[in-house]
Design a protein. Structure first.
Length: 220
């Protein structure tokens, strides 16, 4: 008798440092476990809403108070990007749909985080996105044309509607089965959620074909 895989959905945005910091605990928490992880897009500030500027007080303060201390604890090299204003991420997420279709969705996500938070690259620029896509093995000209033509625009909008349906308002938001975690969970907290969901799935498995019939057959 087998159970389904534990399904984990992770809503994130490429300009959210906590989303990058959640990668490590997530990988450690699921090590050796049978899970299916699906990263999901969420735009913290969609066009035409203004994005944040690193020269304003808010970003340096939140990085000093929360991001840098957490990054040190997790051993992650991360720096407040100087790109100003911060980029919109719609185009990058449409590119993620392209990468997902070509089997490189996870590699694409990781490369976007690296590019923004470790290399200070502007993810709002098409040329930058094309170069990053090529680095992970995607075909640059095809990727560029897909973004220029808006090939994945509707698919991305559908994904955003799914986030809305789940009432996602902050990232990272992690859904392990029905267990909802917001922010960067500890490895132990996340692993416990996965193990609890594994147990729930095992308990919910039914025996197909075991029934009682009106004539008394099949009920022994």
């Amino acid at each position: 008798m087998s159970t389904d895989k534990v399904k984990i959905k992770v809503w994130s945005d490429y300009v959210c440092p906590f989303c990058m910091l959640a990668e490590g605990p997530l990988e450690e928490a699921v090590e050796g476990l049978d899970v299916e992880i699906e990263w999901m897009p969420f735009e913290l500030r969609a066009e035409p809403k203004p994005t944040l500027r690193p020269e304003d007080p808010y970003l340096p303060e939140i990085w000093k108070r929360a991001v840098y201390p957490m990054a040190r604890r997790l051993g992650v090299d991360i720096t407040l990007p100087t790109v100003s204003p911060q980029p919109y991420t719609r185009l990058a997420f449409e590119g993620w749909q392209f990468a997902l279709e070509h089997g490189l969705g996870d590699a694409y996500n990781h490369r976007m985080f690296q590019a923004f938070f470790q290399e200070n690259q502007d993810l709002g620029q098409l040329d930058v996105l094309v170069a990053l896509a090529e680095e992970i093995g995607l075909d640059g000209p095809t990727y560029r044309k897909a973004l220029e033509d808006g090939t994945y625009y509707e698919r991305h909008q559908d994904a955003l509607r799914e986030a809305e349906a789940h009432r996602v308002q902050a990232v990272p938001t992690i859904l392990v089965g029905d267990t909802r975690l917001e922010g960067v969970p500890s490895t132990a907290q996340l692993r416990r959620a996965v193990l609890d969901e594994q147990a729930r799935l095992a308990e919910s498995v039914t025996l197909d074909g075991v029934v009682c019939r009106a004539d008394g057959s099949g009920c022994n």
